[in-house]
Ligand binder design. Structure first.
Ligand code: SF4
Length: 195
């Protein structure tokens, strides 16, 4: 079960769009074909770029709370795969990070996803991952997340856990009241091999 290693090595050394990246290429992902949960995120932020560890920031802290997972489980690649839509920090925009680089998903995503044959739950975070993983869902991020039951139990759409979304979380209390308890239950089921 090591046939994926050359592909992973290629991804980790990718410089395809390095000229457009303000801090250069540093692909950050967590990957092993054994994983049962896929976290499809956006792109690493500046702090994550510096650490080289996915979700090593306030967003990651909140995401782990949402999932009910301690860091040692969250960072176990045999359980959790973390594939953002862009693997390198894309740079700062006016109101947040720039979108994931458009070169990244076409270059790598399909090949990596083909290796993830044991995935039972995909967490689709934010609009770029929604466009890729839920192309027919339509609507805003809020509308797609609100209709989370449409994709249950294989896929759960989530908003970005960034502190920038604190207002969104206050305005949408159903997310914490209804979706998060169901999410935690589903994560536990999948990691226990029950789903
Ligand atoms: S963002 Fe993706 S395509 Fe661009 S250099 Fe990083 S890994 Fe390669």
């Amino acid at each position: 079960m090591t046939t994926f290693l050359p592909l992973l090595d290629e991804v980790r050394h990718c410089t395809l769009c390095a000229e457009a990246l303000p801090l250069g290429a540093r692909p950050i992902l967590q990957f092993h074909p054994d994983a049962r949960i896929l976290i499809a995120g956006q792109a690493p932020g500046r702090k994550t770029h510096a650490s080289g560890v996915p979700f090593a920031d306030a967003s990651g802290h909140r995401l782990r709370e949402w999932l009910g997972l301690p860091p040692e489980m969250f960072y176990d690649p045999h359980q959790i795969a973390i594939l953002p839509m862009g693997f390198c920090f894309p740079g700062d925009g006016k109101t947040g990070d720039l979108p994931p680089r458009p070169e990244c998903a076409p270059a790598w995503r399909a090949a990596l996803l083909r290796q993830l044959t044991r995935i039972r739950l995909t967490l689709v975070i934010g609009r770029y991952a929604q466009a890729y993983h839920l192309p027919h869902a339509g609507g805003s991020v809020t509308e797609v997340v609100r209709a989370w039951r449409d994709h249950w139990p294989a896929v759960i759409p989530l908003p970005h856990p960034s502190p920038r979304n604190n207002l969104w979380l206050r305005r949408n209390p159903w997310f914490g009241d209804e979706l998060l308890p169901a999410l935690r239950l589903r994560v536990t089921q999948v990691l226990d091999g029950e789903g």
